[in-house]
Design a protein around this ligand. Sequence first.
Ligand SMILES: Cc1cc2nc3c(=O)[nH]c(=O)nc-3n(C[C@H](O)[C@H](O)[C@H](O)COP(=O)(O)OP(=O)(O)OC[C@H]3O[C@@H](n4cnc5c(N)ncnc54)[C@H](O)[C@@H]3O)c2cc1C
Length: 317
Amino acid sequence: MKIAVIGAGMAGLTVARNLQSFAEVTVFDKSKGTGGRLSSRSFAGGWIDHGAPYFSTDSQDFLQFLQRHMSTDVLQLWQPGTSGFLPKNERCGYIGMPRNSAVTRALLGDLRFQPSTRIARLEHCPEGWRLFNDGDTLLGIWQQVVIAVPAPQALVLVRDQPHLAGQIRAVEMEPCWVAAIQSESPLEDVADLSGYEHPVICRIVCNSAKPMRQNENLYVVQATKDWSKNHLEDTADWVGKNMLQNFCSLTSTACNCNLLFVHRWRYAFTEIALGQPCLWDTELKLGICGDWCLGRRVEDAWQSATELVHRILQDAK
Ligand SMILES: Cc1cc2nc3c(=O)[nH]c(=O)nc-3n(C[C@H](O)[C@H](O)[C@H](O)COP(=O)(O)OP(=O)(O)OC[C@H]3O[C@@H](n4cnc5c(N)ncnc54)[C@H](O)[C@@H]3O)c2cc1C
């Protein structure tokens, strides 16, 4: 049995890992590495977590799954000093070491992985599914396919399956602009993790407060949903200048700060979820999962993927 998994974020890798002993699994991702929205960028010999800064594990099953697949050197509980407006369950959480994408890298293990490969379309055939890349080159045939990408990207892949596309169309996702800013000296009044009720900035995370990031006075600043939506198509240059200005005034910092980069997450968070754990078509042998099926957190991605694995294995009995 050959199964293709599209997407190497938490959802895709949870599926791939759990099906590894049942099938020959190949994971595809359009990016150079694993992680998706839990990824990190290298910077001056260190790391910046520009996606999810940390994540909570409400269920023991999720924590146990992670602990089974990675050592305590990779997964660590982060208990930052906090300030401002933060939901109770977002005041601490797990991080990867020395970067958040180490979590998904550990999950990948020795799985067959094809990075830098965007799956542009799927074609159903008598043997299963043909997968094609951006250049419309046939990559191979798989008996079963799992799609573990954000809803709007999943929709493109199932456009020829109206019963699946119709359900995914109801899902809405929201963008988020993120800026990485480095100040020349520590900002005494800014906690490791701060939440704001502000028109532009909703969260500031001190990346340097996490162990092993190898950088000083580095802050990851998250813009609000409305501001990100209103400026979705503005240039990175304009967005960066604006976020830097707002960061300085919000933290009462004289502008001895440098903007390192901005990143636009077009599909950062779920606004309206699917409302069911996953989609699995028994006839087509096509499954779909991701955080957006259930919610907007890393744990939702894991939960959705775990349920899909359960359905695939039930189906095979
Ligand atoms: C700025 C930010 C802050 C966040 N903060 C938190 C937080 O504090 N706590 C929390 O729990 N969650 C947080 N999240 C949300 C969390 O990151 C997501 O819920 C989770 O990572 C989603 O995992 P996933 O596997 O479902 O999707 P993704 O991580 O998006 O993985 C999908 C993968 O599919 C790939 N892909 C897409 N289309 C294709 C294609 N056609 N072909 C091949 N590959 C494709 C992508 O490159 C990506 O790697 C945050 C997200 C962002 C952006």
